[in-house]
Write a protein that binds this ligand. Structure first.
Ligand code: NAD
Length: 361
């Protein structure tokens, strides 16, 4: 198979972790006999420096042409007070929009070697293995009317949460499809006891459920879901929810894995005629200016994003499993970066990347 992948290293540790993710991707392709065609583009602070804009037209063109995009992270402290159009983070919104990605998938897995790094008691977190599916294009972050008007005591801020049947249906089908290939359990998170958008959400999810009779569906209110994520995380397989609930709960889920550096993510759009999903893959973390340039960053979130790309955009399940197994074997060996608090001297970003690449088989 030929894999055409756009690489957007971005800023800070984005560059360092992406280098290791590419190393692993190259090793997978050579091991399993695939042809890899890489192109590299500019996004974020580096793009502002070189072209004056965080999301150059050339990057948009490359992203549309590629089969999949692998991104590092964006953000540089020097732009913290810049106007919104000149901030590196604007590049993220730009590329998500151009690719039309509407579902953010965050796998959360408790690796046995990292149980001690989780803030939860071992017996609670052991065995946790879930995917949080967050709707990315709708809901209160985009709804209108919005704004602040008036003055004095009657000054009023307004946001609008709105969802159409079509928006709910497409992400529901995606989440059911993911659950079907896993432990066949889907939890749909809403606030249907209070919100009309949630009542429509629940109705549409129920209408679609018969298309997936092999998947067990439960509805759970968002406040209870927040509690269950820390009380009994292993009860969940796939969770699906609207944008703001997903924003909040996916960060809660992130804590379970022990370090933010461990977490991959995938943002998925429509399915191509080949069956592959349009996808943008990136670690959950940011550009970490505090450790940038020191070869200290944990590259496993970026490398896990390669596994997600192989699975969702290319349907290469064996190859994805090989990457995940290599990550696990490196964790078990104890050669990890400082954020995972290894017993001896911590390994560098490069050493961890090389170890994962060497463990691919
Ligand atoms: P951050 O994720 O960059 O860092 C938070 C903390 O986690 C820091 O102490 C950092 O050292 C640590 N950390 C993060 N990733 C790590 C890794 N792989 N290995 C070891 N430690 C790691 O979040 P922040 O400090 O709030 O933001 C820094 C910049 O990144 C800002 O400009 C922000 O806007 C941007 N940001 C970008 C993205 C993205 O590109 N998707 C996401 C979040 C933040």
């Amino acid at each position: 198979m030929q894999l055409n992948v756009l690489i957007l290293p971005g800023d800070g540790i984005g560059v360092e972790v992406t280098r290791e993710a590419v190393r692993v991707l190259e090793k997978v392709c050579s091991t399993f006999g695939h042809t890899l065609k890489l192109t590299e583009g500019l996004l974020g602070g580096i793009a502002i420096h070189k072209t004056g804009t965080p999301f150059p037209d050339e990057t948009a063109k490359l992203a549309v042409e590629a089969d999949a995009t692998l991104m590092g992270a964006v953000g540089l402290p020097e732009f913290d007070n810049a106007p919104p159009e000149k901030r590196p983070e604007k590049g993220l919104l730009g590329i998500r929009k151009v690719l039309g990605v509407y579902a953010n998938l965050r796998p959360v897995k408790a690796y046995p070697a990292l149980i001690e790094s989780s803030p939860l008691k071992n017996h609670l977190v052991e065995g946790t293995d879930m995917i949080i599916v967050r709707e990315l294009n709708g809901g209160i972050y985009y709804g209108t009317p919005r704004g602040i008007e008036g003055s004095g005591d009657t000054e009023r801020g307004t946001n609008t949460m709105t969802y159409t049947r079509a928006e709910i249906a497409r992400i529901t089908r995606m989440a059911f499809g993911l659950a079907r290939n896993r432990r066949k359990k889907l939890a749909s998170v809403d606030k249907s006891n209070v919100l009309e958008t949630s009542q429509l959400w629940r109705k549409v999810v129920n209408e679609i459920a018969p298309e997936f009779p092999d998947v067990e569906l439960e509805h759970i209110l968002v406040d209870n879901a927040a509690m269950q994520l820390v009380l009994n995380p292993k009860r969940f397989d796939v969770l699906v929810m609207e944008n703001m609930f997903g924003d909040i709960l996916s960060d809660e889920g992130a804590v379970l894995a022990g370090s933010i550096g461990m977490l991959p993510s995938a943002s998925i759009g429509d399915q191509r005629p080949s069956g592959a999903w349009v996808g943008l893959y990136e670690p959950v973390h940011g550009s970490a200016p505090d450790i940038a340039g020191q070869n200290k960053a944990n590259p496993l979130g970026a490398i896990g994003s390669v596994a997600a790309m192989l699975e969702y955009s290319f349907g290469l399940m064996k190859e994805a499993a090989a990457v995940n197994a290599a990550i696990e074997s490196v964790l078990n060996s104890g050669r990890t970066t400082a954020d995972l608090k290894p017993e001896g001297a911590p390994a560098t970003t490069t050493e961890v990347g090389e170890a994962v690449a060497n463990a691919i088989q």
